[in-house]
Design a protein around this ligand. Structure first.
Ligand SMILES: CC(C)(COP(=O)(O)OP(=O)(O)OC[C@H]1O[C@@H](n2cnc3c(N)ncnc32)[C@H](O)[C@@H]1OP(=O)(O)O)[C@@H](O)C(=O)NCCC(=O)NCCS
Length: 226
């Protein structure tokens, strides 16, 4: 059972794309720019992922800051990280990967989240030189390593301006890790969302509660909307 999500809670919410879109109509939540962006994707799946993530972003943030979703205004920082205008200490991040979307909120620090789906061995071999750092511990697979590094560069805010080969992941258990970036060390957590999807979240604030919503009714309970 999850706690109700409220102002001050450091939390990550993940939900399948099709579950959220079955209940919430993106046209009722996305602003003009977001709707225009949704039209620009060549693949329908990419557009649906984008719409689901931004619906979740607006519902979740609206609920915790106590504003109508239409009254939330966003901008991007120099490195590309989106932020909520007039948000006080709230930092947020979102990810759309495979069949899932996730939104992370932190009131105590910077936060990043990444969701990726499992791929064939060939894919990992092909991109391994872009992911592996010489000092990386060897006891984690590509999927966990990749999500951890992406979540770390997203928490930092620089995005791919920091090459993933310069982010070193160290871990001593299957759930938590430390990400060493060129300028800082950040703490992270993994969560297996289903057989094919892994989520990683990284922060320099408090550890976050990860809420995996397998249905919109769980999401509504967390948001106290049921
Ligand atoms: C941020 C980045 C790691 C995204 O990773 P990804 O696994 O491809 O995609 P995800 O779905 O997990 O995350 C995408 C979201 O991250 C957020 N994001 C974008 N730039 C970010 C940054 N610098 N820091 C943190 N979050 C960022 C956005 O909300 C974006 O979603 P949106 O465009 O729908 O708003 C990577 O794409 C990136 O660095 N992008 C920004 C810079 C860029 O586009 N460079 C390309 C040429 S240099």
């Amino acid at each position: 059972m999850f706690n109700k999500c409220e102002a001050g809670a450091d939390i990550v919410v993940a939900i399948p794309v099709l579950d959220i879109l079955a209940v919430y109509d993106p046209a009722a939540f996305l602003n003009e720019a977001e709707q225009a962006q949704a039209q620009r994707f060549h693949q329908l799946e990419d557009s649906l992922r984008f719409q689901a993530a931004h619906v979740l972003k607006r519902i979740l943030i609206g609920a915790v800051v106590g504003k109508a979703t239409a009254d939330l205004h966003f901008a991007r920082a120099a490195g590309g990280k989106p932020f909520l205008l007039n948000a006080g200490p709230l930092d947020f991040n979102l990810s759309h990967g495979g069949d899932w979307v996730a939104v992370a909120l932190s009131w105590t620090g910077r936060i990043g989240v990444d969701v990726e789906s499992e791929r064939e061995d060939d894919f990992w071999q092909e991109i391994s030189s872009a992911i592996m750092a010489p000092m990386d511990v060897k006891n984690i697979g590509f999927l966990k390593r990749w999500t951890a590094k992406e979540a770390a560069i997203k928490a930092n805010g620089a995005g791919l301006a920091i090459p993933l080969t310069e982010v070193v992941i160290d871990t001593t258990d299957s759930e938590t890790f430390v990400a060493a970036l060129p300028t800082e060390r950040l703490s992270g957590t993994w969560r297996q969302l289903d057989a094919a999807h892994v989520l990683a979240t990284v922060t320099d604030g408090n550890m976050v509660e990860i809420c995996v919503c397998n249905s919109v009714s769980i999401l509504k309970r967390i948001l106290d909307l049921s």
